[in-house]
Design a protein around this ligand. Structure first.
Ligand code: FES
Length: 153
């Protein structure tokens, strides 16, 4: 008698173990091996969609002026009311961060470059250069939703 009980227990444990393995495998098959993916988590409320990043409020950017976001290295301008544009804040001369937006230009204090708030083109080149020999500020894609300005892409 004592010799059969352990064998039964072993067989039963083996069966339980096999069920456990099947469960584990089928569990993996449901979530890991099929085409189905676990549901994606919703983005936190108030955040923009994937790839977008809210950087400023529309009220922070003057009409005819701009806002330098030095930590993000971008400038947001509003040449005319409701028309928001984005540019790199890195001067194309020698890489200083632009320092001011006034009188329709984005200015770099390092060597005097001035760029258009409308298209980033060179209005005044750095000392010793011509506007044709200096690159414009690269454009940064922005979008406006409600009163929030986001950088897209
Ligand atoms: S780095 Fe901006 S003008 Fe020279």
């Amino acid at each position: 008698m004592t010799g059969t009980t352990p064998r039964r227990q072993v067989l039963m444990l083996g069966a339980v173990g096999a069920v456990g393995v099947v469960s584990a495998v089928s569990g993996c098959a449901v979530y890991g091996a099929g085409d189905e993916q676990p549901p994606a988590a919703d983005p936190p409320e108030g955040e923009a969609g994937a790839g977008d990043s809210v950087v400023a409020g529309t009220g922070e950017v003057e009409v005819g002026g701009g806002l330098i976001l030095a930590d993000r290295q971008i400038v947001i301008t509003q040449p005319t009311e409701g028309d928001f544009r984005g540019f790199s804040a890195v001067c194309t001369h020698q890489g200083c961060t632009v320092s001011a937006v006034r009188d329709g230009t984005i200015d770099c204090a390092c060597h005097g470059s001035r760029f258009s708030i409308e298209d980033g083109s060179v209005v005044q080149a750095a000392s010793g250069l011509t506007p044709e020999s200096q690159d414009p500020l690269p454009e940064v894609a922005v979008s406006v939703e409600g009163d929030q300005i986001s950088v897209t892409g």
